[in-house]
Design a binder for this molecule. Structure first.
Ligand code: NAP
Length: 464
């Protein structure tokens, strides 16, 4: 094949890949088109890799093959993790991408130094600084979420000053390198200082904020890839990096808003410390508990039921049992809806994905703003493994760390039933006053087992 026709094929592959990446993001934003979005992203990435492999500049395929095999060996188990481990798995992907960007930038520098124009050197520095800090930052974030590292924020006096100084030193070195690209001895410093900054940046952030931080690191990884696109003169990388960078940023903003937190508060606020002060005050209060038989009679007598799922439903993998419950109640003519909080679970869209997997109709899934006005007319709210997203302290207790976070206002319903295993707090580590209300019944047990028991009671012991 002539070089010009190969070039044409490469350009077409890149053009189609770019279009597919954009469509993928668009389709991923609605549950009904999300599967198509995943396919579009996968086909786009296959085309991008295929087009790149056709480049005439490649003289030796052996190393690429070894890298492909190694990548596949690492990638397959990463794709098989439990849904609840997806945030930390995503952080690992960012770490791999960021390491790759840093290595490519380093190779480009040593190949071209000292003949690097100021613009190229500027984006190369940006690429390496962002890549290095994203690499260690993502590893730290992943370790915290996987609980390999302590989840609590570690803070000390002058921490923000130390962190910002590290970043400032890297920027000053980058400026010197832009002016004097032959200063090869300085280059390692714009790798190692941001590597340390990445660790220091995550140390003061608590586990509860880690998903938001991971989304921000996603944005950094995208921006560093876009910078690499400028260095390598690849339009595809620039576009894909910009899409990644902006979508990660938008997601972090949405998550912060849903928790009523500002970015600076997430990054510097040391949220997520275990709240021990309030725990003692709750000890004397009592809760009312009920059995699956009692819970099923209350549900069967209701006209309207709202189910509020949370992280506990995800860990228990109870979504299919919840579908059976939905069917059993609907068969009795009961109007059943689901109330979905934007940060229920451990990643954005967590509940939507699980309920879609169980084939619960999309039109039964209502977001927080749509379902909140309905709660006063709802006979029974059944909370399945959700806690923080229903905590009324967010509205009433100014001293609460989640004060101001918008919640599902389940306390306005006539009866509230809560399935969880104990009185342990949720991710924010704080007590939930809802459990002590007169209208609340605690259903202690594993989400999957308890919902299964309720279904059996409702269906006269037949169950599925
Ligand atoms: P949550 O507040 O963490 O509460 C989950 C509850 O599920 C726990 O209280 C736990 O109580 C219960 N549970 C655990 N395993 C269970 C099982 N097998 N069966 C039954 N219950 C079980 O969860 P959430 O209400 O979904 O709130 C999400 C939290 O994550 C919020 O604080 C949110 O800000 C934070 N967050 C989420 C995101 C996101 O993107 N989704 C991002 C950042 C932060 P027991 O131990 O007593 O069973």
């Amino acid at each position: 094949m002539s070089p010009s026709s190969t070039q044409l094929i490469i350009e077409i592959c890149y053009l189609v890949a770019t279009a597919l990446f954009i469509l993928s993001l668009k389709w991923l934003s609605a549950p009904s088109t999300a599967r198509r979005g995943v396919w579009a992203g996968e086909v786009g990435m296959a085309l991008a890799i295929g087009g790149t492999l056709l480049h005439h500049g490649i003289v030796e395929y052996r190393w690429i093959l070894i890298a492909l095999v190694l990548g596949t060996i690492i990638g397959i188990p990463l794709g098989l993790v439990q849904m609840t481990a997806v945030p930390q798995r995503t952080a690992l992907s960012h770490a791999c991408g960021a390491l790759c960007v840093t290595l490519v930038g380093t190779a480009e520098f040593y190949l071209a130094s000292p003949y690097i124009p100021p613009f190229t050197m500027s984006v190369l520095c940006l690429e390496v600084i962002l890549g290095s800090l994203t690499f260690t930052g993502s590893l730290m974030a992943s370790g915290k979420l996987q609980e390999i590292l302590p989840q609590r924020p570690i803070t000390y006096r002058g921490q923000n000053f130390v962190n910002l100084s590290l970043l400032a030193i890297s920027v000053v070195l980058a400026v010197i390198l832009v002016l004097h690209p032959g200063q090869k001895a300085l280059f390692p410093f714009i790798i190692f200082i941001p590597l340390i900054f990445g660790v220091m940046m995550i140390v003061p952030i608590g586990g509860a904020d880690m998903p938001t931080v991971i989304s921000l690191l996603n944005s950094y990884a995208g921006l560093s890839a876009a910078a690499m696109g400028f260095v390598l003169n690849s339009k595809l990388l620039i576009i894909a990096g910009a899409l990644d960078g902006s979508s990660g940023f938008i997601l972090s903003v949405i998550m912060s808003k849903a928790m009523n937190r500002s970015f600076s508060n997430v990054l510097f606020g040391a949220f997520g410390q275990v709240q021990t002060a309030a725990a003692g005050a709750q000890e004397t209060r009592t809760v009312r508990s009920a059995t699956a038989e009692e819970a099923s009679s209350i549900l069967a007598a209701a006209n309207t039921v709202a189910i509020v799922p949370g992280y506990g439903m995800a860990v228990a993998q109870a979504q299919h049992k919840v579908r059976e419950l939905f069917d059993a109640l609907s068969k009795k003519g009961i109007d059943v809806k689901f109330g979905i909080h934007p940060v229920a679970g451990r990643m954005p869209g967590h509940m939507n994905v699980l309920l879609a997997e169980a084939d619960i109709p999309y039109d039964r899934l209502l977001d927080m703003d749509s379902i909140n006005p309905d709660f006063p007319q709802t006979d029974v709210v059944l909370i399945i493994g959700a806690n923080d997203v229903t905590n009324p302290a967010a509205k009433t207790d100014q001293s609460s760390p989640i004060y101001g976070m918008p919640i599902l206002e389940v306390d306005r319903a006539r009866t509230v039933m809560v399935i969880k295993r104990s009185m342990n707090p949720g991710f924010a580590g704080i007590d939930n006053p809802l459990y002590y209300f007169d209208k609340t019944l605690m259903l202690f047990g594993d989400a999957k087992g308890f919902v299964g028991d309720i279904v059996r009671e409702l269906t006269g012991g037949s169950g599925h």
